[in-house]
Design a protein around this ligand. Structure first.
Ligand code: NAP
Length: 482
């Protein structure tokens, strides 16, 4: 068992653990207690991180794929071995139930394992040339120094989903984690250092919300950074895409969703309810893949609603470290107020909350799991990401009407479809405008799946072999023989 301390109060820049003289407190959303304190970084630290990344780039990319993979495998094994410590830290700074945090650590480690394996398959191509004495080869080479900006809802998995492919492809990575959850990111840096990832190949710059734009500007404005990989809100993603235009960086964006959860009238009600609980209430509804609009066909509506209402009423709310808790607190007061406002707006517009509807007994930012009925497509709650434990139900008639409702937003991250008839399901998943579709399942996220969205939900893919390709550039080499 390794002795390396996982709670770090310093940023990790070019292989050094750095204090900056100013700091921010990291709070437990369940209790408001301080979990840790991390430095506020700015342009100076951003420059040092880019210097370090540029300094190690040649050395790192020149290693064999097997040698780049080895420390990634070691990192993954350490995460698996220290799952309990990492999960506890994650729950303390993020709030999700401990069982979910354990699942996130395993999920996060799986990206390192997957991309360590994929490093060995960064294949190029040989293309038949148009003349007998010509040869054309296509190489895949690392895109260069990368910057990752990640959200608070998956403090480990969103990091490794970027770190794994970046390092596997040969790219150093500079990470700016969210203000609310920097401790998990720093714990990963400590594990990376111990695993033998060289100085500069992975840096972590912490900062509070007021620092985010400055840090983002300093990193994205630096022409030496060749790729930005961002996961977060669509509004911030659009700004960063614009900022990246000045140096024509490669950009991957994993942005907001507004997932439809479509229940056709021949669906298995129990299976659909079980899937809906996972898709809607995991992480208290604070996931980009959360079922945001639950669209239920007339013929099954009452049966599905009654079963879902019963299941929602039984969900246990409380601090994530308490055994048996299924719904933790929302991340902060701002998030709580937003969910509250969306529910109030829906009620004013004619929706009814038949289960829950407001603050939970635990107080603070705990929100009662809620079922809203009579929700229509024009309500704010149907147009915006709820990011809370609220299930809005909308009824539809024909399959075509259901698909039109499902596709009727600018988001296209994921859609869920429940039913039994094979032909209807095939027509349904082909019609859905989303990067991912779950058919009779409420959980699609694994390292094997190309994760990403259509329309305003993003650019590029993470996970799968496509996730590695997104960290490479193609180079064609045309050779004329004598
Ligand atoms: P957010 O406000 O966009 O923040 C995401 C990250 O961007 C944080 O690290 C944040 O730092 C940083 N940031 C904010 N403004 C910035 C700026 N001007 N320049 C540079 N960086 C900036 O999103 P969030 O509320 O943390 O996360 C929730 C959102 O993420 C939801 O929309 C969710 O759907 C989306 N998400 C998408 C996926 C996916 O794979 N598609 C996965 C998870 C989450 P601070 O925290 O310091 O403000």
């Amino acid at each position: 068992m390794s002795a390396v301390a996982l709670i770090r109060g310093r940023a990790y820049i070019a292989g050094e653990w750095v204090a900056t003289g100013t700091h921010l407190d990291v709070l437990d959303p369940a209790t408001g207690e301080r979990v840790g304190r991390v430095p506020r970084c700015g342009a100076e630290q951003a420059r040092a991180a880019v210097d370090g990344a540029c300094g190690v780039f040649e050395q790192w990319r020149s290693l064999s794929a097997i040698d780049r993979a080895a420390p990634l495998h070691r990192m993954a094994r350490t995460m698996e071995r220290r799952e309990e410590e990492l999960a506890t830290l994650l729950t303390r700074e993020q709030g999700k139930p401990l069982a979910e945090a354990r699942g996130e650590i395993r999920y996060a480690a799986s990206f390192l394992t997957w991309f360590a394996e994929e490093a060995r398959r960064m294949y190029g191509e040989t293309v038949p040339a148009p003349s007998a004495d010509g040869r054309i080869f296509v190489l895949r080479q690392p895109v260069g120094v990368g910057v990752a900006i990640t959200p608070w809802n998956f403090p480990c998995a969103m990091v490794t989903r970027k770190l794994g492919p970046a390092l596997a492809a040969g790219c150093p990575l500079i990470l700016k984690p969210a203000e609310a959850t920097p401790l998990s990111a720093l714990a990963l840096a400590a594990i990376a250092e111990e695993a033998g990832i060289p100085a500069g190949a992975f840096s972590v710059l912490t900062g509070d919300r007021a620092d985010a734009a400055d840090l983002g500007d300093a990193l994205i404005g630096d022409a030496r950074v060749r790729k930005l990989s961002f996961t977060g809100s669509t509004a911030v993603g659009k700004k960063l895409l614009e900022a990246s235009a000045a140096t024509v960086k490669r950009v991957s964006l994993e942005l907001g969703g507004n997932a439809p959860f479509v229940v056709l009238d021949d669906a298995d009600v129990d299976a659909a309810v079980a899937g809906c609980l996972i898709a809607k209430f995991r992480n208290a509804g604070q996931t980009c893949v959360a079922a945001n609009r639950i669209l239920v066909q007339d013929g099954i509506y009452e049966r599905f609603r009654d079963a879902l209402a019963q299941a929602i009423a039984a969900l246990r709310v409380g601090p994530g470290l308490e055994p048996g808790v299924q719904i933790g607190p929302l991340i902060d007061r701002r998030a709580f107020d937003k969910v509250h406002a969306l529910v109030a707006d829906a009620r004013d517009a004619g929706a009814r909350s038949t289960v829950g509807g407001g603050q939970a007994e635990a107080g603070g930012t705990f929100f009662t799991p809620t079922l809203l009925e009579d929700v229509s497509a024009d309500m704010r709650i149907s147009r915006e990401e709820v990011f809370g434990p609220v299930a809005p139900l909308t009824r539809f008639g024909s399959d075509a009407e259901g698909m039109a409702l499902a596709n009727g937003t600018p988001a296209g991250l994921i859609a869920y479809l429940y039913g039994r008839d094979f032909s209807r399901l095939v027509r349904g998943y082909e019609a859905l405008e989303a990067g991912m579709v779950g058919v009779n399942t409420g959980l699609v996220s694994t390292a094997e799946v190309p994760f990403g969205g259509w329309k305003e939900s993003g650019l590029g893919r993470e996970g799968s072999r496509h996730g590695l390709e997104d960290w490479t550039e193609l180079k064609s080499v045309t050779v004329a023989l004598d």
